[in-house]
Write a protein that binds this ligand. Structure first.
Ligand code: SF4
Length: 361
């Protein structure tokens, strides 16, 4: 990470000198051109992701390897591989756990799981640790509350995303309808004589979601909102930081995985907010150096499941090719921390345990 003395508060980006295109064949030119990196803060790990990774690390420390993890604990290959190196085994379904490993813990991912999954684990007599983010659990409760009050539930989200599968799986089949777009909101036919309530996936575009809710509220004036905002603080803050920073950026890089919903939303937000070009990268090696063109100002942020160590790697890769100055663009201060479950609180978590994602800061 750029050290505090290397960063300065975000200033107007005027007065930059022009730089020539960088070339993959000449990654370290003798004369480096100036480049300002506008580094968004907040960025990267949210409290829910941090907690989920901590749960796997602490389970490994307490119970030893292997620890099974159902589904990618968070949507990031680097994190998954790091945990595999520590002794985690990733599976998609519980029946993949061999009979002689049923005493090993199995962790459910931060995205949440349908109710059938813990029920299945209990039936198989497995020891499970549920790393569902508390903010996703809150959405589950909101959906259940709507249903308890006799409402048909509209879930605004993306089909196939594990969080959506988990939320739909809190309620009986037919009790939830998924609405993905404004067009779908226009086309939705509600069940006859049933009041409606909505919830949303936590990682959506704030603007797109507002558009969908507007359509639904126009069509169904009695539609009931959840008791509290469903799009989470981390999604909102990361989108806001990118929005504030994007105007005038020649390129905006978002560190994140293609299957990370909140990372992909950040790419869209950067483009809408005025970045000339924006792209998702998982590692510095994904950066198409020869296609970057004449860049002088780079926006940089990371999705909620992307580790800071990759942000460092990317800044270092730019330092090799450019004369870099880093402007820290602070738009919010986050203090959220979600404690791990009681059974793991007796295990000490050291900075060294998390260095594989956080680096050695
Ligand atoms: S993005 Fe939000 S809901 Fe998802 S894990 Fe992070 S804090 Fe929780």
């Amino acid at each position: 990470m750029a050290s505090a003395k290397e960063c300065k508060a975000l200033t107007a980006a005027g007065g930059m000198r022009m730089s020539n295109p960088t070339d993959r064949l000449d990654p370290m030119p003798a004369l480096k051109k100036p480049l300002t990196i506008r580094l968004c803060q907040p960025r990267g790990f949210c409290a829910g992701v941090d907690r989920a990774i901590q749960i796997v690390v602490l389970a490994l420390k307490k119970y030893g390897a292997p620890v099974y993890v159902r589904h990618e604990i968070v949507h990031n290959r680097y994190v998954v591989e790091g945990l595999q190196n520590l002794g985690a085994i990733f599976i998609e379904e519980l029946d993949e756990i061999p009979a002689d490993h049923r005493h090993c813990p199995v962790v459910f991912s931060a995205h949440g799981v349908p109710k059938s999954v813990p029920a299945d684990a209990e039936e198989r007599n497995l020891f499970y640790l549920d790393a569902t983010c508390p903010l996703v659990s809150k959405v589950h409760k909101q959906a259940m509350r709507h249903q308890r009050l006799g409402r048909h539930v509209l879930l605004i989200g993306h089909a196939g995303h594990p969080e959506v599968i988990g939320t739909m799986g809190q309620l009986p089949e037919g009790a939830v309808s998924l609405v993905e777009t404004e067009a779908a909101a226009h086309a939705f036919t509600p069940p006859a004589d049933t009041p409606l309530g909505f919830v949303t996936q936590t990682t959506l575009s704030v603007e797109d979601t507002a558009g969908i809710i507007r359509v639904l509220e126009e069509r169904f004036p009695d539609l009931r909102a959840p008791a509290a905002e469903s799009i989470c603080y981390a999604t909102t803050n990361r989108q806001e930081a990118v929005k504030e920073t994007a105007a005038g950026a020649d390129l905006f890089l978002i560190v994140g995985a293609p299957n990370s919903s909140n990372s992909r939303r950040l790419v869209e937000v950067a483009e809408r907010a005025g970045a000339r070009m924006s792209m998702l990268v998982q590692r510095a090696s994904d950066i198409p150096w020869h296609e970057l063109g004449d860049i002088r100002t780079l926006g940089l942020s990371a999705g909620a499941s992307a580790p800071e160590i990759i942000v460092d790697e990317i800044i270092d890769a730019f330092r090799e090719r450019f004369d870099v100055s880093v402007d820290l663009a602070v738009t919010a201060t986050e203090t959220e921390e979600f404690p791990v479950m009681r059974v793991l609180r007796d295990v000490e978590l050291t900075p060294a345990d998390m260095a594989f994602v956080n680096g050695t800061r």
